[in-house]
Design a protein around this ligand. Structure first.
Ligand code: ADP
Length: 374
């Protein structure tokens, strides 16, 4: 069993800054867990504590049930891949990949055999005699991967390994890393600030903010059922639309965004309105795919329990298979998706609706209000 457990892990740096607060999580054998969050939220600190490169202030770290807090990094059986590759410039690809074995004074023949096998696995067999400076970014990152896997570690730790690569290569390497991890069956923790990487690579995602775990769940759960406004806004592209405001005291079926702007009116669903009336201020969240430009719809949709508002289109982005329509309400630019052949254009006044069941409600602390309506 190559599982990993973190129990109430906290990191306070020497300057008393708390980078990680009370993190408890488990990574199952063979699982690929992604730690995601904005820059500075403590992802690397957490990963480095798992690797043993940073001391743990309080809490316990277990590998397969064995407490690891005081075990030296070299004895932890982890393979680590960094954003900046950390290759030795004066060594060849072959020597870089074999480095973890040569410092352990493994037999030359055996090193050669394992380097050959590893290089084949990561598609570097033809580049073994090159130096890092003679390689592309993607090839360098493959060398770093090779060096991490040559000892067949029990755990893979990745710290933003794709951040220095161009967009196309990042997509390719995402697939390669996952394929390799699956093939070797190694338990992995992967740090990134990129929500797309998190969504596409993770079996589960842990979202971190200010050193505190906000939610740990599968990509589908995180997207469709975020615990709070921060997670809802961090995951998903285009970003979820958020309407912050209160119910109109003069009209019980109207919501007013930000005291002055967009008015959202409700049709049907009295209990839902009652729920919202009971809250002083709240935020309605709706993903772009759930906002519907009503003029484009058949009238049958009008009969559902809907929320609707009027908006002026600021711009339309044609992205091939669909178009993204940006419009402004009280607070910010919001977005809805529509068909690629939609006639909607900048300057148009449109009516937008969405179903109550496709909306999320967050209270004034940002926590999701779960009800059977949403
Ligand atoms: P992330 O990987 O999410 O970008 P880090 O784990 O690198 O975040 O850093 C988390 C926070 O801890 C940041 O605010 C950072 O400035 C701070 N930090 C990192 N290393 C140190 C250190 N050695 N001493 C003090 N503060 C640090």
């Amino acid at each position: 069993m190559n599982s990993l457990q973190l129990v109430s892990i906290t990191k306070e740096y020497d300057n008393k800054y708390r980078a990680v607060h009370n993190v408890t999580l488990e990574v199952d054998e063979g699982e690929f867990l992604v730690l995601v969050g904005p820059s500075g939220c403590g992802k690397s600190t957490l990963l480095r504590m798992i690797a043993g490169l940073e001391t743990i202030t309080s809490g316990d770290l277990f590998f397969n049930g064995k407490r690891m807090n005081d075990i030296q990094p070299a004895d932890r059986d982890v393979g680590m891949v960094f954003q900046n590759y950390a290759l030795y410039p004066h060594l060849t690809v072959e020597e870089n990949i074999g480095f973890p074995l040569s410092i352990r004074r493994q037999a030359k023949q055996e090193i050669k055999r394992l380097v050959t096998e590893t290089a084949e696995m990561i598609g570097l067999s033809h580049l073994l005699s090159r130096k890092p400076k003679e390689l592309s970014g993607g090839q360098r990152q493959r060398v770093a991967l090779g060096r991490a896997i040559i000892r067949r570690p029990k755990f893979f730790l990745f710290d933003e390994p794709l951040s220095n690569l161009d967009a196309q290569l990042r997509v390719q390497m995402r697939t390669e890393i996952i394929a390799l991890q699956r093939k070797l069956g190694v338990t992995a923790v992967y740090v990134t600030h990129d929500q797309t990487e998190a969504m596409t690579m993770g079996d589960r995602i842990a979202v971190l903010k200010n050193g505190i775990i906000q939610q740990i769940a599968t990509p589908t759960e995180i997207y469709s059922s975020p615990e709070n406004e921060f997670v809802a806004a961090f995951i998903g592209s285009p970003q979820i639309n958020l309407f912050k405001g209160r119910m109109d005291s003069n009209n019980r079926s109207q919501f007013i965004e930000n005291n002055n702007g967009c008015i959202i009116s409700f049709v049907g669903s009295d209990p839902f309105i009652n729920l919202l009336q009971s809250m002083s201020e709240f935020t309605i969240g709706v993903r772009s795919e759930h906002l519907i430009i009503t003029n484009e719809l058949s009238s049958s949709h009008e009969s559902q329990s809907l929320l609707g508002f009027q908006a002026t289109v600021r711009s339309v982005e044609f992205i091939g298979h669909e178009s993204l329509v940006y419009f402004e309400t009280a607070q910010d630019l919001k977005c809805c998706r529509t068909t690629a052949d939609s006639p909607v254009k900048a300057g148009d006044s449109i009516r937008i609706t969405f179903a109550t069941e496709n909306s999320m409600i967050f209270d004034n602390m940002g926590n999701r209000v779960k009800s059977h309506f949403t």
